[in-house]
Design a protein around this ligand. Sequence first.
Ligand code: TYD
Length: 205
Amino acid sequence: MVTGRFVSLEGIDGSGKSTQAHLLAEALRARGIEVVETREPGGTPLGEEIRRLVLHSPKGAVAPGAEVHLFAASRAQHVDRLIRPALARGAWVVSDRFVDSSLAFQGAARGFGIETVLEANRTAVDGCLPDLTLVIDVPPATATWRRSGNGDDRIEAEGIAFQEAAAEGYRELARRFPERVILVDGDGEPAAVHAAVLARVEALA
Ligand code: TYD
């Protein structure tokens, strides 16, 4: 059976990962590959409803443990209804965030620990891990400056120390899962970062 490839783009808020996810999807399409471009939380109708709850509820309305499971619930639906069927028909999936966001933000930054959050996500991921996860690595101060002017969601409103802790979480993931999670220097022009992303992805084709 021909199966597609699954690539996730990760990074702290303002890292430029959404731009990079889109540029990557377009570059793959230009090569004649069917690409499903998606995001978390979200990617399915249920997931988008969960996104609204988890990101746009008033401050203090979502308990940290509930947050872990809301992101995981969105992910479970995403894997079952969108990602797995796409891969099965041979499409590539490019996802703007996946499980490593939960490991970095809820595991490292919120303090639940990477192991605990990985365990909480086991039924959601259900063995469907990305072939490659690229973390767009930028200093938190640069990222904060880049997104100034955009309205903050509940997680972004946590501030720079939280983003620093998530960035350290991503570095820990790259050390822990070196065959899957790769840091890409994101402190450059979008076109230069895109070239670095593409070089990593080409190794998968
Ligand atoms: P994102 O969609 O990247 O934000 P934007 O719409 O501004 O581009 O991500 C939304 C927020 O959700 C972001 O602050 C990271 C957070 N998040 C987690 O904390 N855990 C998760 O598992 C996921 C998927 C996202």
